[in-house]
Design a protein around this ligand. Sequence first.
Ligand code: IMP
Ligand code: MG
Length: 178
Amino acid sequence: MESIKIYDRVFEVMISAERIAEAVKRVAKQINECYSADDRVVLLGILNGSFVFLSDLARELNFSPEISFVKVSSYEGCSSTGEVSDLIGLNDSLKGRNVLVVEDIIDTGSSITHIWSALQRHDIASAKICTLFFKPEAYRADVDIDFAAMEIGNEFIVGYGLDYNELGRELKDIYVTK
Ligand code: IMP
Ligand code: MG
C-alpha cells in the first residue's frame, strides 16, 4: 500500500477517489430531494477544507445554487484547539436565502456550533448543514447535521481538501495517519 509522509507523520490510503466520488453523488441525491429549482440556495463553503468537496458537490446538483465561502479555524496539528476564531466573510448577501453550509469534516462540533450561531444573526430563510465527513464518536454539539456523506471513527485524515498543518489538501484520495 502506497504511503506518504507529511512533516513528521506517515499516512496511508484509506478511501479512494472513486469511493469519495460515489459518496458525493449519494449525498447530492439527498440534497436534490430537499431543494427545488426556484429555492434561492446558497452553498456556503467553510474554507479552507471544503473547496474540493464543494466544487464536486455543486456539479452534482440539479438546481443552480449561489456559491459563497467563509473562513473559520479550530485546528492546529492533529487535535482541535477548541478555540474558534471569528467568521470571516459572512455578509448581507445571505438575506432571504436557503443556506446550505458545506463542511469538509465535523469532529467535536465546535466550529459548526460557532458557524450556526453566526448564521442565526443573519436574515436567512433556512439553514442546513452538509459535511463530507462526520466523526460521530467525537461529536459533542447540539446542532443537527442534515447531510453527512461519510462517517469515520476518531482517526486523523488528510486529502481531498483536508490538511495536516496546511499540507495534503491536493491529494485525490483520503489518507489516514498510521
Ligand atoms: P471541530 O470544530 O472539532 O468539529 O473541527 C472541525 C474542523 O477541524 C474541520 O473543519 C477541519 O478543518 C478540522 N479537522 C477535524 N478533523 C480533522 C481530520 O481528521 N483531518 C483534518 N482536519 C480535521
Ligand atoms: Mg483544517
